[in-house]
Design a protein. Structure first.
Length: 291
């Protein structure tokens, strides 16, 4: 129960897949990650919420932000749990040590506390373990800062999502107005975004940077739907590659058998019809929803 509950979905039969979405704060990662998860029937893991939950607990307990050991102890002692509604891939609530902190982690105070807390190496080590355990349970869109570089370096789809600092500040102000929390002063938000970019990219452990094989998407001035479509297409291509590789390895394994021609023929047609169906399913679903 301390893990994201696995959501049943139509891709389960072809194995698990991670879509890593990294980028600076305010680039639109959360919106995009949730939408992609819904389109593809994946679950969604917001790793920033986990760092925020630890920062919240540290503030409650008065743990100094430069005490790596105490912060690490705290992160290991309190499990972070995400609660889903039935059949919904995006969790509705987040809790730490059994306390619901869904709203409490979205304040300006936590915005300030989370950078130093997330820079603590032992906090990162504790959360890395939890993130891997959760992500390996199924198909996940995982968003954060170091997903493609550190948490899931083997992810077949890696996106580094950016937007100009000015655009991100505008978005933040709009978001804060809508939510009724946080600053609505553009200059203040711009300064805060630049400060967090600096802190996130200059820290020693897992700094914010694109993985070498990440696809860079700049969302400045683009419709969110286009960005979502780009990522869905990347996921589709990765799935096709994985299916093609699986069918090739089935064929070459069969080719090594003693009843070579017969086994090979049967096995190749079995696997290719299975593959064709899977890819076609995916294509149809994609065409309906993602284009
Ligand atoms: O995405 P967010 O704003 O909710 O993230 C909150 C903070 O956590 C942000 O300052 C960066 C940090 N973070 C991190 O260091 N590594 C992650 N994988 C996710 C977030």
């Amino acid at each position: 129960e301390n893990q994201l509950s696995a959501v049943p979905h139509r891709y389960r039969k072809v194995g698990t897949m991670i879509i890593a979405i990294d980028g600076p704060s305010g680039a639109g990662k959360s919106t995009v990650a949730k939408a992609v998860a819904r389109e593809l029937g994946f679950s969604c893991l917001d790793t920033g919420a986990m760092y925020r939950a630890v920062a919240w607990r540290a503030l409650q307990d008065g743990v100094p932000f430069d005490d790596d050991e105490a912060l690490g102890r705290l992160a290991r002692a309190h499990d972070i749990a995400f609660a889903h509604e039935e059949g919904e891939p995006v969790p509705r609530r987040v809790s730490i040590g059994g306390i619901d902190v869904t709203d409490a982690i979205r304040t300006a105070e936590i915005d300030r506390a989370v950078s130093p807390v997330s820079a603590a190496p032992s906090v990162r080590a504790a959360l890395l373990e939890q993130q891997r355990r959760i992500g390996r349970a199924g198909d996940y869109v995982v968003e954060g800062r170091d997903i493609g570089t550190t948490v899931f370096p083997e992810a077949p789809v890696k996106v580094f999502l950016t937007a100009s600092a000015e655009e991100r500040a505008h978005r933040r102000v709009r978001q804060n107005v809508d939510r009724g929390v946080g600053s609505v002063d553009y200059d203040e938000e711009l300064t805060d975004i630049r400060r967090r970019d600096d802190q996130d990219s200059s820290r020693a452990t897992s700094p914010l940077r694109p993985a070498d094989d990440a696809v860079r998407l700049d969302s400045t001035g683009r419709y969110i739907e286009e960005v979502i479509e780009d990522i869905c297409s990347l996921a589709l291509r990765a799935r096709e590659r994985a299916d093609a590789a699986a069918s090739t390895s089935t064929r070459s394994a069969a080719a090594g058998g003693s009843l070579r021609t017969e086994v090979r023929g049967a096995s190749a047609s079995d696997s290719s019809s299975g593959t064709a169906e899977t890819v076609a399913d995916l294509m149809n679903d994609q065409e309906g929803s993602c284009r």
